[in-house]
Design a binder for this molecule. Sequence first.
Ligand code: HAM
Length: 424
Amino acid sequence: MTFTIPRGTQDILPEDIEKWYLIESSAKSLFKLFNFREIRTPIFENTDLFARGVGEESDIFNKEMYSFKDKGGRHLTLRPEGTAAVTRAMIQHNLHKKMNPLKLFYIGPFFRYERPQAGRYRQFHQIGVEYINEKSPYADAEIIALGYHLFESLGITDLKVCINSVGNAIARPVIEEMVKQFISANLSKLPTHIQHKFNDNPLRILDSKDESVQAYIAGMPDIKNALTQESKDHFFSVLQHLDEMKIPYEVTHTLVRGLEYYTETVFEIVSDHLGAQNTVCGGGRYNNLSKELNGPDLGAVGFGFGIERTIMLLDHVKKEINSSIDVYLIPLDSLSRDHLFYVMHKLRGLNISCEIGYSENLKSQLKKANQIHAKRVIIMGEEERNKEVVEYKDMFNRTQESVPLDKIVEIVNNDFAYNQVIFA
Ligand code: HAM
């Protein structure tokens, strides 16, 4: 019997890992620029957190959670998303009293029992941010700009930012009634899973991916007519700030998002290159979640984006991401190996990445240097050893020179001096 991974999960192999590093490091440098700090919460939480957090009527809570009882009889759930857990941690550790502004990010695996397909997994990875304790529309705009720049910094620009507002708790029942009124006459003509949502969670009908449903609801009056003046002002301020930063967006009247905690601004970043799962990033404001979890009354806004879907977009822009090594050392006999092993040790101490070949065949070693994208190659055989030199090869410019053995470390170090420079 051979063992394979569970359905809906994937191994991240060394050949793909550079893409993960690239996404994580690009995100982390932007988070630093925007003053976000990392938080790490457990992979599992008490199930009640998600009942309150993502909402008992949501698909995530009803159908997609990996929940189990531990040996002590506790009801636990593998986290399906990060916002509820971060809010729980914020309340538990009084972070809102310790950090101002409270801007947090997280990176890690999340779990949803969904039907696997391209871009949809049961274990997937999200990078998320939460800007807590700030109700200003500037915070919404900052978050959306951060999301947009994140993809831009990866060379992914063929994206659409869709934005809408679902208003506050006062507007919600009015919007639900609007949706029901619009749909009731034709309810029997809509798919049965939509009919089920009619009573339980009518807003989710707007979020349906079903094309026939989308075509039908396109004719619905704008839900923003039901918003209070305050909510309308907030939304238009967000749009104005986005305009000032030249972040392109499209107001999408039917966008509501699938998690129940959203209030006011909701947004998604979508791409035509992702197939059916076309949303790479989703987020919005959630002013009531902290209160809902018995915490203080704090406004917050954030987003999460899927790393797997971002990789699909990276592949589409064909961004060349190679793992590379600074120097590959090729000794052609055992005595030369002793010399080059010492050179390698010195170079690594200078922050220059190195690898050494142990076969004595020059041709196959040069092939290997190419395969691992070595920038420079150092070769030593009997002839060089007798002359106390090495051959130093630049793999980009295809040039080669003989340099004294006792100078090679210094020469390579000068070559890689740019390693130290962060900003020129
Ligand atoms: P979400 O829309 O459920 O929002 O997920 C955010 C992103 O995670 C999606 O746009 C997608 O890229 C990725 N994702 C979700 N489910 C899967 C899956 N099964 N397979 C692969 N990728 C997936 C949230 O989770 C909110 N917590 C975001 C947020 C943060 N809102 C405010 N703050």
